[in-house]
Design a protein around this ligand. Structure first.
Ligand code: SF4
Ligand code: MG
Length: 315
């Protein structure tokens, strides 16, 4: 609710600008048990910072993160450690996120040991083998090191590590972006199967709408630290409301050659969040920009049931 992460601007770097970089600027959404919430936007829009702020890997500067009815920002260290068992993260780069000096067995045992799960060594070893098999790898490879696996296999190990503590929520931060296209769908299918089996909720972060299309129940689109549109995945694809969503979607290829969609080219670059445009942050790049857009920020509104958008076109 109203999640904020402001970073102070370092003195001397940008002398003319005062105050903060609003990396996450009042973001609100719900994730239901067992659902996938896709969080989409260009790099630098604050989606990763949102994901990390939810887990308090980065401490938010404002707002609430309510999990099972509790604002986890109010939890002390001990309670927070328990809570971490419920929420895990899978990172974009499966190589950088796995300790190269640890065997796969050590990597998977670490979260169990931290959270005091699965008792003694024999029990943990059994769990490691189970986990590897759950993600489609052979348990016989548990004494190997990350570099002995392919990119897709390493991401499976990253997923197994998240599963080790049986979380209710996984923040998946661009989990397939670093993988070959042929491997991406395998990892997405695996995540989908795991969700069906264990009822895990995902916040699935991506810069590309085509990746989240099949996996998401609902999608939120972010621009410069704010949500600009949120709705059920299918409706958002059929009829994107916000001009930014329309532009992102126009870049997604349609498999059916009969259907033609006009490609909307975004003007200019993503502005810096340290110096955002006036009014609607998207106005310098918007094909539908009106006079009011340059002066007044649009309100976040539910314009149709379950469909939220911040845009003056819907006032
Ligand atoms: Fe475009 Fe105006 Fe809507 Fe912003 S508020 S997206 S500038 S039409
Ligand atoms: Mg990112």
């Amino acid at each position: 609710r109203g999640l904020e992460k402001y970073f102070p601007i370092k003195k001397g770097v940008m002398r003319l600008t005062k105050g903060n970089v609003r990396a996450v600027d009042g973001v609100s959404f719900d994730v239901k048990a067992g659902e996938t919430f896709g969080l989409v936007g260009e790099s630098g829009c604050g989606k990763s910072t949102t994901g990390r702020s939810i887990l308090r890997l980065i401490e938010p500067t404002g707002g609430e993160v309510i999990f099972d009815g509790k604002d986890i920002r109010k939890l002390g260290q001990t309670e927070m450690r328990k809570m971490r068992k419920e929420m895990q993260i899978v990172f974009q780069d499966p190589y950088a996120s796995l300790n190269p000096r640890y065997t796969v067995r050590q990597i998977l045992e670490e979260p169990m040991i931290i959270h005091g799960l699965h008792g003694g060594a024999a029990e943990r070893k059994k769990k490691v083998i189970d986990l590897l098999e759950t993600v489609g790898l052979s348990g016989s490879r548990m004494n190997r090191y990350p570099h002995e696996f392919s990119g897709g296999q390493r991401q499976r190990i990253g997923i197994a590590r998240a599963l080790a503590v049986s979380p209710k929520l996984i923040i998946a931060d661009e989990p397939v972006s670093a993988l070959d296209v042929s491997v991406q769908s395998q990892v997405l299918n695996l995540m989908n199967d795991l969700q069906n089996e264990y009822g895990i909720a995902y916040v699935f972060i991506a810069h590309d709408l085509s990746v989240v299309k099949h996996i998401s129940d609902r999608i939120g689109v972010m621009y410069l630290g704010k949500l600009v549109e949120l709705g059920p995945a299918e409706e958002l694809y059929e009829k994107p409301l916000h001009p930014y969503t329309q532009a992102l979607l126009s870049a997604v290829p349609i498999p059916d050659p009969e259907i033609k969609r006009e490609r909307i080219i975004l003007q200019g670059d993503l502005p810096s969040p340290s110096n955002p445009p006036s009014g609607c942050y998207f106005h310098p790049r918007c094909k539908d920009c009106m006079a009011i857009c340059k002066t007044t920020a649009p309100e976040w509104k539910e314009v149709e049931p379950n469909r939220f958008v911040a845009c003056h076109l819907y006032n």
